[in-house]
Ligand binder design. Structure first.
Ligand code: G6P
Ligand code: MG
Length: 219
């Protein structure tokens, strides 16, 4: 059996923070006087904070100064922090804790590969911070997904080659990044949306118990 490692995205895979991002961005859109729907919010999944603001402003057809943008990035994050500082272990998505336990049991290492600058705080809130062999977040990368940088740094932290890494992602940009990095990609969520992934599951409870064993034999 060959050695493999796992890289987990955070938002939408381990926890559902999309609803809090939505509320915080919506607050800004309300202030700016345009409608921001949950459908619009889909476009922000997996995308960096700065890019999210740009998309939001495009939706509202609003053009503002660089200075104003910085101001909105700060105020949106303050609003978002208000939600995530209230999070607890009960918000871990179904199957996530069990999957980490299963990986620990067979000695497969895993790291985090997230675009979020708040990833360490979120992991601490839900009590999973110490479980990961390494954390790559929005503070440690210069290029956002779909650029593969976040996952390539993850592979270095695992001390593995990209081909030995399995990426769990819920966003199209993340699946693209994993493929570009030459890694095995697992789409979590809607199969049609994530059809580019090598494997698809609706959520982490659906990952078969022999999934990693099989991958390690194929690899
Ligand atoms: C994740 C989410 C995105 C979010 C990004 C940055 O990838 O899926 O919706 O924009 O992180 O999050 P941050 O916590 O740094 O604002
Ligand atoms: Mg995600």
């Amino acid at each position: 059996m060959n050695k493999i490692g796992v890289i987990f995205d955070l938002d939408g895979v381990i926890v559902d923070t999309a609803k809090y991002h939505y509320l915080a961005w919506k607050e800004l859109a309300d202030d700016l006087g345009f409608e921001f729907t949950e459908e619009h919010n889909e476009l922000l999944k997996g995308v960096s904070r700065v890019r999210s603001l740009e998309i939001l402003l495009e939706i509202g057809n609003i053009s503002i100064s660089e200075e104003k943008k910085q101001e909105y990035l700060v105020s949106k994050n303050e609003e978002y922090l208000g939600y995530i500082t209230k999070m607890g272990a009960d918000e871990i998505l179904p199957g996530a804790s069990e999957l980490l336990d299963a990986l620990d049991n067979v000695g497969i290492k895993y790291v985090l590969g997230s675009a979020s600058k708040n990833a360490p705080l979120i992991l601490k809130q839900i009590g999973l911070f110490d479980r990961f062999a390494g954390i790559v977040d929005g503070n440690s990368v210069s290029k956002a997904k779909p650029d593969p940088e976040v996952f390539l740094i993850g592979a270095e932290k695992l001390n593995l080659t990209p081909k030995q890494c399995v990426v769990f992602e819920d966003a199209i940009a993340g699946i693209e990044a994993a493929k570009d990095a030459n890694m095995i990609s697992v789409g979590i969520g809607d199969e049609n949306t994530l059809k580019e992934a090598d494997y698809n599951f609706n959520n982490l409870t659906e990952v078969p118990s022999d999934f990693f064993e099989k991958l390690a034999t194929l690899n």
